[in-house]
Design a protein around this ligand. Structure first.
Ligand code: URA
Length: 168
């Protein structure tokens, strides 16, 4: 499943892989993670219609459990196998700023594993443009208490705002 957005978008978001709802809809970030991402984009003053949203891995990896399909994290081999497609998208769009949502996206675009807390907040130079690494929106959904959800959500919005400000 490919990303979506204008071919001349200046800002690109890269997620991990489509989830259950994305796989059915054929569109990135339309399920629960997409809802919180949409809210954060709005709070950061970013119009989703102006940005390109895609994923590092192009297929939904899951484990069947009854009628449900439970997400499974892609491994390094799957990320590497899909890198060609992501690179085609990146070469066509050539965004000024790329936001890497979580470790899989960071691994796909930077070509190395990173500790999110160490690299968060700093612009990383890419072949073309710069990248910022932040958490994956699903992380926000997994936090156990309201206080940490609010704190982490605010940090995520700040990261998006910083990326948008870097675009100019
Ligand atoms: N999580 C992702 O990383 N990408 C999607 O498109 C949906 C959920």
């Amino acid at each position: 499943m490919f990303g979506e957005g204008p071919a001349d978008a200046r800002l690109m978001l890269v997620g991990e892989q489509p989830g259950d709802q994305e796989d059915i809809a054929g569109r990135p970030f339309v399920g629960p993670a997409g809802h919180i991402l949409d809210r954060a984009l709005a709070d950061a003053g970013i119009d989703r219609a102006t940005i390109y949203v895609t994923n590092a891995v192009k297929h939904f990896k899951f484990e069947p459990r009854g009628k449900r399909r439970i997400h499974r994290k892609p491994d390094g081999g799957e990320i590497a196998a899909c890198r060609f497609w992501l690179e085609q998208e990146r070469a066509l769009v050539r965004p000024a700023v790329t936001v890497l949502l979580g470790a899989s996206a960071a691994q796909a675009v930077l070509g190395r594993t990173v500790t999110i807390s160490r690299v968060r907040g700093s612009a990383i130079a890419l072949h073309a443009g710069v990248a910022f690494v932040t958490v994956h929106p699903s992380y926000l959904l997994r936090l156990p208490d309201q206080a940490s959800r609010e704190r982490e959500y605010a940090h995520f919005v700040r990261d998006l705002r910083q990326a948008a400000a870097t675009v100019g």
